[in-house]
Design a protein around this ligand. Structure first.
Ligand SMILES: [Zn+2]
Length: 238
């Protein structure tokens, strides 16, 4: 059931994350990008419509991008994992990672931090965490401020202002260890992607970094103890 709910949020979120950066209205509701036919509710059921129509528009037979399906499935999995297996408060963890997922989609397609999604979700995250009386990690916040200041001074072109703002919004709700792991994991993923892209000779001028930050956040929120144990193990190896 949580998977289905996640898929529905995925379907709506994909629309939000791809329309808001273009300043296009959320109305009229979904239509085929190729023939502009307005889609009926039968064609808007997450997963099912795509599979029943064999990935094609019912009216003009144009292929529907696979991205829709991938977005719905990843969001469905995200909700299932967060709501059933999250070690912290499942609702706030789910909301936090869903917002990261939305921002990742905007960053992936438009290489920006979508301001409206960022501001609204950060505000809800801060209010929610404060309401639940979660510890505010001043140390991490100040460390992140220092990191952001140094980075924007020396390496402005490597990491965008958007990525730094997002890190600042997340930082007080992570322990110092979690935040350090987040930086380590996301930059490792970024580096790995960069190497693979170079090997495949795919040229990209700027890497969308929010998807890597989001993967790192997912791991530190769910597998903090495992990562910690692995690190201690690696440290003690001769
Ligand atoms: Zn069509």
């Amino acid at each position: 059931m949580t998977f289905i709910i996640g898929c529905c949020f995925g379907s709506f979120g994909y629309l939000l994350a791809t329309r808001l950066p273009k300043n296009s209205s959320l109305f009229p509701p979904s239509h085929c990008e190729a023939c502009n036919t307005r889609l009926s509710w039968l064609e808007l059921i997450p997963l099912l419509s795509f599979l029943l129509q064999k990935g094609r528009c019912r009216h003009c037979q144009t292929k529907i991008p696979l991205d829709y399906l991938i977005a719905e499935i990843t969001c469905g999995l995200l909700f299932t994992l967060c709501l059933n297996y999250s070690p912290a408060n499942p609702i706030i963890t789910c909301f936090w990672l869903y917002s990261a997922w939305l921002l990742s989609i905007s960053d992936y397609y438009f290489k920006i931090l979508e301001t409206s999604i960022f501001l609204v979700t950060s505000l809800v995250l801060w209010l929610g965490q404060s309401y639940l009386k979660m510890p505010f990690h001043w140390q991490t916040f100040l460390y992140c401020l220092l990191f952001a200041a140094l980075f924007s001074y020396y390496y402005r072109e490597k990491l965008g202002v958007g990525d730094l703002l997002l890190l600042l919004a997340w930082s007080p709700w992570l322990s110092f260890w979690q935040f350090s792991m987040l930086l380590f994991l996301s930059s490792s993923f970024g580096l790995l992607y960069f190497i693979v892209a170079k090997l495949l000779q795919k040229n990209s001028d700027r890497l969308p970094f929010i998807p890597f930050l989001s993967c790192g956040l997912f791991l530190v929120l769910h597998f903090n103890k495992t990562i910690h144990a692995l690190f201690i193990l690696a440290w003690e190896l001769p």
